[in-house]
Design a protein around this ligand. Structure first.
Ligand code: N2P
Length: 386
């Protein structure tokens, strides 16, 4: 017999904690309840009657990806300047009925600092490889939902499963390039073939180097045959001495915006990326690009969704859109950089060829400096204030 008239009364008593396990079972049997009735009433069943727990998810078996919901009406992008074709955004806005804003930055450090301050409300940002590692450590990235990126099949294998994103969880590669020297061949008799060019007082006031800690100090490390990722105090001291020795010759520390000064002839040579150099050359055919014999930085920038982004579906649609062969080709035709998208490269008028193994011997990808970052930050402050 049961002290309770109905199964619901019994369930309520259990929820109030008024019954121990023996009383619960006795009363349930008295009411003629079966095992399945317990779950209908929302009661857990314990002891001999307990069902085995579900097996833990096997990490080797991919879990289903989340549904993202419909595309939002807006998208906010934060990226390097002059890094997208003029019609990429307007065409996307029209096709997807989504309003896009694009803000620009001139260095990875500037972008990361803004995200760390919680600023911007951005849905996509464009870090270089080492900066993806930094962003990962700082918890600044959302995971991609790859089922919304079918066009990722167009990405060349060399730009997939990279050291900075081994499972392709966070990044879609954007453009790759090299940091070398842009120069006016009509103003400089011998093409610059060494970073020593910036130490030559004959260039005083007519040359610039980049306002970018990694590229600038990296160049001086290369000059002395060291890695662009060195954190060795002796290597850094030598780089500092060279950077300070070059400083009286420099008109400014300036990155992408130097293009106008090269075109106008106010600057004869500038440390610059290859693609930006090609953009300047499109306006003045006297501009050429050189890679110093000691070597240089090669990089690949990627798009990632920053933590807390609001327009996640729109971000995925934009990434999938730029991965179309014709859209990717138009972007690289404008920027002058290499496309990591093989289907896009095949459609380009003058594709930028990835360096040969021989050329790669002097080129180097940047890595996160880890605990050495503080020493580099200090070095850069010392150089700029010297
Ligand atoms: C954009 C160049 C960005 C390249 N103008 C930096 N990795």
């Amino acid at each position: 017999m049961s002290e309770f008239k109905t199964a619901q009364d019994l369930a309520d008593a259990v929820r109030r904690g008024e019954l121990d396990r023996r009383d619960f079972l006795r009363n349930s049997l008295g009411l003629g309840l079966t095992l399945s009735s317990f779950s209908v009433l929302g009661l857990a069943c314990s002891g001999e009657t307990e069902a085995p727990p579900p097996p833990p998810a096997d990490p080797a078996v991919p879990q289903p990806e989340p549904e993202l919901g419909p595309i939002e009406a807006e998208l906010h992008i934060y990226m390097w300047s002059d890094y997208i074709a003029e019609d990429t955004v307007p065409n996307f806005e029209k096709e997807f009925n989504c309003k896009v804003t694009v803000d620009t930055y001139e260095s990875n450090e500037e972008m990361i600092a803004k995200l760390q301050l919680g600023g911007g409300g951005y849905d996509l940002v464009c870090p270089s490889g080492y900066a993806v590692t930094v962003m990962g450590k700082l918890g600044l990235m959302e995971k991609l939902t790859r089922k919304y990126l079918p066009n990722a099949a167009n990405i060349a294998p060399i730009f997939s499963k990279t050291v900075f994103d081994p499972s392709d969880e966070h990044t879609v590669p954007w453009q790759w390039g090299i940091t070398g020297i842009a120069y006016r061949k009509d103003k400089i008799t011998t093409p610059p073939d060494s970073w020593a060019f910036f130490l030559d007082a004959a260039q005083k006031g007519k040359v610039t180097m980049m306002d970018d800690m990694r590229d600038n100090i990296g160049a001086w490390l290369k000059y002395r045959g060291k890695s662009v990722n060195s954190v060795d105090p002796a290597d850094l001291a030598a780089a500092k001495a060279d950077a300070i020795a070059a400083k009286p010759n420099l008109r400014a520390y300036i990155s992408a915006p130097v293009k106008g000064q090269l075109v106008a002839g106010d600057v004869f040579a500038a440390q610059l990326w290859n693609g930006d150099t090609m953009q300047a050359k499109a306006e003045n055919a006297e501009i050429e690009f050189a890679v110093p014999k000691e070597g240089a930085v090669i990089w690949c920038d990627s798009m990632v969704i920053p933590k807390g982004a609001k327009n996640i579906r729109a971000a995925h649609e934009f990434l999938n859109y730029v991965l179309r062969p014709d859209v990717g080709a138009a972007i690289s035709n404008f920027t002058g950089y290499g496309s990591p998208n093989s289907a896009a490269t095949a459609k380009m008028t003058t594709p930028v060829a990835y360096p040969t193994d021989e050329q790669m011997k002097t080129l180097e990808y940047q890595q996160d400096l880890g605990e050495g970052t503080a020493a580099w930050d200090q070095l850069w402050t010392d150089i700029k204030s010297a």
